[in-house]
Ligand binder design. Sequence first.
Ligand code: IVH
Length: 672
Amino acid sequence: MTTQIDIDRVAARIADLRQKLEYHNYLYYVKDSPEISDAEYDRMFRELLELETAHPELASPDSPTQRVGGEPLERFNKVQHHAPMLSLANAFSEEELRAFNKRVSGLLERDDVAYVTELKIDGLAIALTYQNGSFVRGATRGNGIIGEDVTANLKTVKQIPLKLKGGGERIPEIEVRGEVYLPLSTFNALNEERADKGLALFANPRNAAAGAIRQLDPKMTAARPLSFFGYAIGYIEGGELQSQKETLESLQEWGFPVNTNFRWHDSIGGVISFCSGWEPKRESLDYEIDGVVVKVDDLEDQRVLGTVSRDPRWAIAYKFPGQVATTKLKEIGVNVGRTGSMNPYAVLEPVKLGGVTIKLATLHNEDDIRRKDIRVGDMVVVKRAGDVIPQVVGPVLEQRTGKEKVFKYPDKCPSCGKPVVHEEGEAMAYCVNRECPAQIFEGLNHFISRGAMDIRGLGPSTVFKLLELGFIRNAADLYSLSEEQLAELPGFKDKSIKNLQSAIEDSKKRPFENVLFALGIRHIGEGVAALLTEAFHDLDGLMNASEEDISGIMGIGPRIAHSVYEYFNDPQNRELVESLRHAGLKMEREKRAIKTGPLVGKSFIITGKLETMPRSAAEKWIEERGGTVLSSVSKKLDYLVVGEDPGSKLAKARKLGVTEITEKKLFALADE
Ligand code: IVH
């Protein structure tokens, strides 16, 4: 019989082992100075594992045994960050750094601003939440406001502490931010392994790291050993920190790896030498950096300076000029993108660039080739910066032999043979034939990709086959594929057919913003899709919006607005979207939570200026009380709240007989 005393003893031993393992883990991965042998570590680890298996009631999510990775997930949950995860404006020269300093000093009305400089690690920003010292949640940056919960994957990153030390364990809640990255040595080893197995190589460490973090199976993440550097605090409960320097020091005390190449400067002069000093030294590091982050040191100053749009005014990223190499341009090819854009690319004599071999590079567009006078056969300078595809910077004119040939842009689409259109003011030439096979193919590949409908098990080669067999002509057809049709695909058997069917079915659960992105509308990336969803709530709201309605959204310019408007005013596109709606795809924003409150079931639109609060605040007020705020006037609308100087919505509402109410009446409704 097991007595209480036995249990207590086991619990104490488990606690002891967990603490020791976490400590030695820290020494090994963060401090790089282990005190015990691997064998000793393994022995303790096994003992802990055995005790936990024998006593499942003593299991804990922050035990070192839980790093290895649990069951694969169906999909990631969304998490809202405590405060937005911001991006940074760039500076490319000393002058721009000085201009930044001038702006900061001006706003703070002080000349003696101190800065901290840190290396800009080329990885992925993540946010780690700890409650009472235990790691409870890790999330990707996502769109800056909402990220994905990748806790299980981040637990496999040995440098991320599962428990805080040095006083960190007493903080009720804290969100630490930093960068996960793949060390260059790991990256090169991984690629060599992949080459041996005949697998496609990762383009760069950042892409490999991004792929690893977004694996549904944590064991796949663990197979690509990632590292981490902490650099900021997103939120801290009860704590008071004064400066960025202090933040970095505290992070170190609590057990986080912090990149120790950071420096404090009492003026911009030091910042500038730091930036130029690191440029030649970057090659000596075992990770990629693409610049230096310059931050105003004083946190109170940071608050005063604040943020414009997504960029804080208190920090800037000094970007190194990308790595360059010279090689021969053998040929220029053109491929057709999903929007019909005719994308030129350069086929190069293979050349090494920052540890990676480059064979292809982008040439941007027709105007660019002409302006730079790039000719086939030229020696060209190629550049690689961050995670973007290598680019051809321009020809080396001194090395011209006279044999180079001016490239003639095809006037017919290489895929469908129809004439290419190059509109005034557009840098790109486009194939405007919507039946163009290349466009349809690329469009479908985009539709099924991650970030869009994410249909696993359906890759480009299967899409190609489905098109060839005539089983699909557009994205909506994917949702009516029969089992018999799938059985005709090469290599598809019972199990793979079932898997594909359920992946297609699963894709119907993707949120509206993914659907919107998946449509592949010109100029609509994931970020813009999220903004549109936020503003228009549902498909009908968006389809019926005017170009001005769309360009009125913060962050959306006239070019995007025009593109969205045109897309939804094309009958063929409308038909496709309706078929997708019919297939069961989500065409409205996800409801945040189950609604409660006095305004549940009632819908509102506000027009004109209110007396007591701005319109956005009133909309929030309505939603907080369970009401729904619609974007366009229709018969479905219950109340139009009319303020001073109402807009065109009033006339429309009157035509439809919608109830008009005043601001006062709105407040009264909530009291009923
Ligand atoms: S601070 C406003 N510090 O750079 C604060 N970012 O372009 C922004 N990054 O998304 C973050 N090293 O992924 C900061 N030492 C560092 C960084 C760093 C890399 C990345 C991070 C961020 C992006 C901003």
